[in-house]
Design a protein. Structure first.
Length: 653
């Protein structure tokens, strides 16, 4: 069965099945979370807030992300997936094969499908898709926890979920297209927990499907059924004998055991990773402390963060009464996050120091779980009001200042490393065979220098590389009689070599007050629907680039403003006729530069367009939220003003 070559048709078929299953699971989960029963005003606020958080994630990808492949993207994605697929050597078993300790079937299938649809490999587009999964999970988790606590504290839950969704605490996963398996894992693990907390026949079926997808997303997919099993057993013991409540709990527990039984054989060990594991209790506990405190920088914060959940769990279990669905949900989610902490502390201890943020993305979900526990304690157990408000205030103050600052520092560091990596790869492709040697490890995009040299020397791999490392669609060449003040340079405006991507710029030309113009030779229509350009300018980028055949047949590229000398990408539809480039700069004290173009797919073109207009989209979302807040305030004031006044009467004897 698995000795089947993966073709385009098979990929499309499997992707449709996976997509339909995901849609059904998500629709069921959001219905249980109460999304479709929200009032129109609340629904608009939820959707707008989620869109705003997604735009912030995309802005991070646009400003800090890079299309330079890194680490596993070279071998696990480009070499063993895309290259094997194009050569007709990709087998169905390869989609299920182990990658380190994991089975990443969902990542391989979804990335391969996007590769086919888009027409080429684009890590930035994959980053954008990962951000969608991240925001979708935060929306689902926030709604289901808010409903579990009786729909109180909407502002606190909305603010916390927005902060977690919008700020890139797990920057490595967000800025690496290959890391979507972490988002698949979290999303389907939470769906499994929601389904098993319902303890119904339909919920068990949903949990089984979500559990299989989680197991095929990452090795730690086995932790979700492990977290649910003890809660279901206790709930079955506490349930009354009348009815079939106890029977349903036993069936749900059996589903967990079945998923665990399937997940254990899927797990693999990597001898090279043995050195990364905890080899003493002290090392394990030290790393566990960092995990429970994440994203805060000190270990002792873990006890403060998890105190509400621990108190709520003890209160729930001491009662020895039947567990309601909200009780089971909060218990399962808390145990699942703590199991994630334990798994990371054991497998990636690194001598007791804090692990990389890519392993900790799921752990931040403990913050809304503890907020839900705190709310439950406040409503039912007389939790002191001072402790209640103090916990919330301390959490937001610490989350929004030091933790956020650390997240942005990691994003900036990743961008700097990507710039060094890009320069090394450019130099190697330009003929400098020693460009990858004697470099700081973070400045080379692959840990094995010999393997990276092999990849960059393979013609099939070179054809797979995304822009700007892929070959340009055409060589920029100007008409001798229509070039004034411009030149084609092998150095970009920032002084960096650009041998494989000649730059058209007026930066080094004379500064006379003359009209600067550059017109290319006439090119044939490219065999692509979309073209990607890189443009730059200083201090402000103004004007248009015209791809024209005549006045009646031309395409203009609107240049982004305020590039500050950095390269910005612009996508345009490729002309379907012979065409030329007209580049004009009317100001004598500014410069402009152009390089490219590269052939791209429609998905990349759409994402580039969205990134260029993110400021406007964000402004629109903020205006919608402000108008809605004003409308709700006016409505509340009106209702209070129309409240009937109670009057009394004085009776006389």
């Amino acid at each position: 069965m698995f000795a089947i070559v993966v073709s385009t048709g098979l990929t499309v078929g499997l992707s449709v099945v996976l997509a339909l299953a995901a849609v059904v699971l998500l629709a069921w989960s959001f219905r249980k979370a109460g999304l479709f029963s929200l009032p129109r005003a609340a629904l608009l606020a939820v959707v707008t807030g989620s869109a705003l958080a997604l735009c912030f994630n995309w802005m991070v990808v646009d400003h800090f992300g890079s299309r330079m492949p890194i680490w596993d993207e070279w071998d696990g994605e480009a070499w063993h997936l895309y290259r094997a697929f194009l050569q007709g050597k990709l087998m169905l078993a390869d989609l299920f094969a182990a990658h380190n300790e994991h089975r990443i079937f969902t990542t391989r299938l979804s990335h391969l499908m996007l590769f086919i649809v888009n027409g080429h490999w684009d890590p930035k587009l994959l980053m954008g898709c990962g951000a969608c999964l991240h925001v979708l999970l935060m929306l689902l988790l926030g709604l289901v926890l808010w409903r579990a606590v009786g729909k109180v504290r909407p502002v606190a839950f909305s603010a916390l979920m927005f902060v977690i969704a919008a700020i890139p605490f797990g920057s490595f996963n967000l800025l690496s297209g290959f890391q979507t398996q972490f988002y698949f894992l979290r999303l389907f693990s939470v769906i499994l927990i929601i389904a098993l907390a319902e303890a119904s026949g339909t919920g068990i079926a949903v949990a089984a499907a979500a559990g299989v997808v989680a197991l095929l997303s990452l090795g730690s997919g086995i932790l979700a059924p492990m977290a649910c099993l003890p809660v279901l057993l206790l709930s079955g013991l506490f349930a009354g004998k009348e009815g079939n409540a106890r029977k349903v709990h036993w069936q749900a527990a059996a589903c967990c055991l079945l998923l665990i039984g399937v997940g254990v054989p899927l797990m693999t060990s990597v001898p090279a990773h043995e050195a990364l594991k905890a080899h003493s209790a002290g090392t394990f506990l030290s790393t566990f402390g960092f995990c429970t405190s994440w994203p805060f920088p000190v270990k002792w914060m873990g006890f403060f963060i998890w105190l509400p959940w621990l108190a709520d769990a003890c209160r729930t279990l001491v009662r020895r009464k039947a567990l309601a669905a909200p009780d089971r949900l909060v218990l399962m989610l808390g145990i699942w996050v703590l199991l994630q902490c334990a798994a990371v502390a054991y497998s990636r201890s690194r001598d007791g120091i804090a692990p990389d943020s890519r392993y900790l993305d799921a752990i931040i979900l403990g913050l809304p779980v503890n907020l839900a526990s705190l709310t439950r304690l406040s409503l039912t157990s007389g939790w002191p009001r001072v402790l209640d408000m103090g916990w919330v205030a301390a959490l937001f103050a610490t989350l929004c200042v030091p933790a956020t600052g650390k997240a942005w520092e990691e994003c900036a560091k990743r961008a700097r490393n990507s710039a060094f990596q890009s320069e090394c790869v450019h130099r190697f492709l330009a003929g400098d065979k020693l460009a990858l040697h004697d470099q700081y490890p973070d400045h080379v995009p692959y840990p094995d220098i010999g393997g990276l040299e092999m990849y960059l020397s393979d013609p099939d791999m070179l054809a797979l590389l995304p822009p700007p490392w892929s070959p340009v669609a055409l060589t920029l060449e100007g008409q001798p009689d229509r070039v004034r003040g411009f030149a084609i340079s092998q150095v970009d405006p920032m002084g960096k070599p650009s041998p494989r991507m000649p730059v058209v710029t007026n930066l080094d030309a004379s500064h006379e007050k003359v009209r600067r113009q550059w017109r290319s030779v006439t090119y044939d229509a490219p065999d692509s629907h979309w073209l990607l350009w890189e443009v730059s300018g200083y201090p402000n980028l103004r004007g248009d680039i015209e791809l024209s055949r005549s006045k009646s047949q031309q395409i203009k590229i609107s240049l982004p403003m305020n590039s500050g000398g950095e390269w910005r990408q612009v996508a345009t539809r490729a002309p379907r006729w012979p065409w030329r480039i007209d580049l004009t700069q009317n100001s004598g004290d500014q410069w402009i530069a152009l390089r490219g173009p590269w052939k791209i797919g429609g998905g990349t073109a759409l994402f580039v367009w969205i990134c260029l207009h993110l400021e406007g989209i964000i402004s629109g979302c903020i205006l919608i939220l402000l108008f809605q807040a004003m409308w709700m305030l006016d409505k509340t004031t009106l209702l209070r003003g129309n409240k009937p006044v109670e009057t009394g009467s004085i009776s006389t004897p």
